[in-house]
Ligand binder design. Sequence first.
Ligand SMILES: Cc1cc2nc3c(=O)[nH]c(=O)nc-3n(C[C@H](O)[C@H](O)[C@H](O)COP(=O)(O)OP(=O)(O)OC[C@H]3O[C@@H](n4cnc5c(N)ncnc54)[C@H](O)[C@@H]3O)c2cc1C
Length: 343
Amino acid sequence: MPTIQQNIDLLPYNTFKIQASAKHFTEIRSEREAIDLFTSEIFNTEKHLFLGGGSNILLTKDFDGIVVRNAIKGVSVVSENESNITLKVGAGENWHDFVCYCVDKNYGGIENLSLIPGTVGAAPMQNIGAYGVEIKESIDYVEAIQINTGKKVIFSKEQCEFGYRESIFKQKVRDQYFISSVTLTLTKDNHHHFNITYGAIADTLTSQGHDLKALTVKKISDAVIAIRQSKLPDPKVIGNAGSFFKNPSVSEDIFVLIKQSYVNVPSFPGENGLIKIPGGWLIEQSGWKGKTFDNIGVHKQQALVLVNYGGGNGEKIWELAMEIQKSVREKFNIILHPEVNVI
Ligand SMILES: Cc1cc2nc3c(=O)[nH]c(=O)nc-3n(C[C@H](O)[C@H](O)[C@H](O)COP(=O)(O)OP(=O)(O)OC[C@H]3O[C@@H](n4cnc5c(N)ncnc54)[C@H](O)[C@@H]3O)c2cc1C
């Protein structure tokens, strides 16, 4: 049974750097510990919050229950042939460290997802994505412990019901399963699927002097890291949880209507034939970019990111998010949905 601590300050455990306390706090290092915890009296009489790196949550108050931090480690080879390798990764591994491990070994498929904070276990939760790639493309299956039976369940890629920043874990079975490992297949050689169509990857590679016909996993990862470092606030310096809202999708009709007033409205293809409009652009057009309110605000380079300059209050950040949502709705008749998990 893992040790359970009382009244723990959660500030070191969330990248928004919000001060809030947990009534109980524990770390899980193995599936056995998870099962022991889920069958314990304390777990079954308290509400729970599963936590990875805390980079996709906003704490709006103290947590009156048990916070369960995932610390299950380990990377093992499931199978391997000349072209592919399948790896099973402990859910508590740091995502970017795992990407670096793959890049060093020249395993391809997740290099565009370099420098995303958080754990491997939370990555399927919202089907992390960046620069034209989503983790669902590499996932084979996700293993999770069902909390009310203590049983291990395997979710195939299809059963994960992945969508844009969505999965079954964020919706239908939310809080019912503790993800313990993720199994992915990556390419070893002949990386046919380098994706440099999105964002500024091709420009960055060219400005770094690389030949676009001679790309490597490492070159793409380095370019992604350079782009991210140039435009996203480092949570070690300024508290934030990345994009606060998802990019909304609209129908062709609505898009045409917006384009009549805003000829330069940016867009990219969304799911099911819809058109995605960058949420950051909508927030910027609504006048919020760079706005600061005491010690919280909207980031000056990327309006989709809300920030805590230090000592900020989670409830106030949530109020700001709701003000932004309201003003974008009034101006564009578009509802921005939070990407961050609000606790
Ligand atoms: C600077 C910055 C940049 C970012 N950029 C991106 C980006 O480009 N693309 C992107 O997709 N995201 C991005 N994010 C968001 C975030 O990094 C990802 O969502 C990440 O996967 C969250 O991992 P985490 O371990 O920190 O999750 P946490 O914040 O700890 O948890 C997130 C949610 O998952 C649940 N959860 C966590 N672990 C488990 C588990 N083992 N079992 C069940 N449920 C669990 C939690 O209860 C919570 O609801 C960014 C965040 C920051 C701060």
